[in-house]
Ligand binder design. Structure first.
Ligand code: ATP
Length: 324
């Protein structure tokens, strides 16, 4: 079924209840999100802190259960599957974390960590586990001898390579990478991104790539979805979004990246201020009309009346704005 997307998400909703001081506040972390991802494709999820990127990643990997909506993997809805029924799905979709150290058991050697991942999903026969571990280490640029070492004996970049090897162990079709390089030194970031690119090309992996770094997303992703307070406000091909952003929020985000702003004739100074996160008062589910309108430089009366839907623009990409 080549035309069935690898992943399709429909009307995904996840609200959290927080208790700041007295009283309860409901946060609409994900508030009606839909997108599709084809085999081997890379979709970037961008947006400021708190826009719901990680929550979408945790829903897609089913670390969280959605309040509403569908998560179709190769056409099968896994949104409400039990833990047991989720097992084959977990093999298909693996998560790479921002901070691999917190997800690597410090008492286990790298060989143990990879061996466990292989055994949980019966990926290879017992007799082949050791050679598969060596192969995985080679795939991520580590040495066979590293199998006997513990996570604390590695640098940050090497630990992220171990996290990637663990994800690869079960031969997934999709990797959800949640800020995979943002905890690393800049020089190391490029090396790990090169590794992800090689793996993508060699293994035909699809990626849901979560990042606040628009320059990295531009480099790595085929398509980009821009999230604002739990909703996609713009989605399209990388060049469509970066060269011709239609939503004022996307324009604000792009203006905040000096080299991209320069390319587009904008200014880095204007952009820094615009890059700050949403004021705390804007959080919560209470709003009418467009959720961006309090910060929007082009808001019109229509924007107070209804939430704009994603509509097709001249070049074929989608944006949710009444004005542009
Ligand atoms: N377990 C939770 N309990 C309560 N609120 C939560 C929980 N997880 C996330 N949230 C809230 O949901 C919203 C979206 O959070 P999320 O982490 O998905 O955003 P994000 O775009 O990934 O941000 P960041 O880039 O800072 O990681 C935020 O307001 C966050 O505080």
């Amino acid at each position: 079924m080549p035309d069935v997307p690898l992943l399709e998400v429909r009307d995904l909703v996840k609200h959290f209840t927080a208790r700041p001081g007295r009283g309860r506040v409901t946060v609409a972390a994900v508030d009606g999100v839909a997108f599709a991802l084809r085999h081997g494709e890379t979709l970037g999820l961008v947006g400021e802190s708190g826009s719901g990127k990680s929550t979408i990643g945790r829903l897609v990997t089913r670390l969280l259960r959605p309040d509403r909506g569908e998560i179709l993997l190769a056409g099968r809805d896994v949104a409400t599957l039990s833990v047991r029924a989720m097992r084959p799905y977990r093999r298909d979709v693996q998560l790479v974390f921002q901070d691999p150290y917190s997800s690597l058991n410090p008492r286990h050697t790298v060989g143990d960590i990879l061996g466990m991942a292989l055994r949980v999903h019966d990926t290879v026969p017992k007799a082949q586990v050791a050679s598969r571990i060596r192969e995985l280490l080679g795939q991520v640029g580590l040495e066979p001898a590293h199998a006997g070492r513990y996570p604390h004996e590695f640098s940050g970049g090497q630990r992220q390579r171990i996290g990637i090897a663990r994800a690869l162990a079960v031969q997934p079709r999709l990797i959800v990478a949640d800020e995979p390089v943002s905890a690393l030194d800049v020089s190391i970031q490029a090396q790990v991104m090169n590794l992800l690119e090689d793996l993508r090309a060699d293994l035909g992996l699809a990626f849901l790539f979560i990042s606040h770094d628009l320059a990295v997303v531009r480099h790595f992703c085929d398509r980009v979805a821009v999230l604002y307070r739990g909703r996609i406000v713009e989605i399209g091909g990388r060049d469509q979004i970066y060269a011709d952003p239609r939503h004022p929020y996307t324009q604000t985000l792009l203006a905040a990246v000096p080299d991209i702003a320069w390319l587009r004739g904008g200014g880095a100074r204007r952009s820094r201020a615009a890059a700050s996160a949403a004021p705390a008062a804007e959080l919560g589910t209470q709003h009418s009309g467009c959720r961006f309108r309090a910060r929007c430089p082009v808001a019109a009366p229509a924007c107070a009346e209804s939430e704009p839907a994603l509509t097709v623009r001249a070049d074929g990409h989608l944006a949710a704005c009444h004005v542009r």
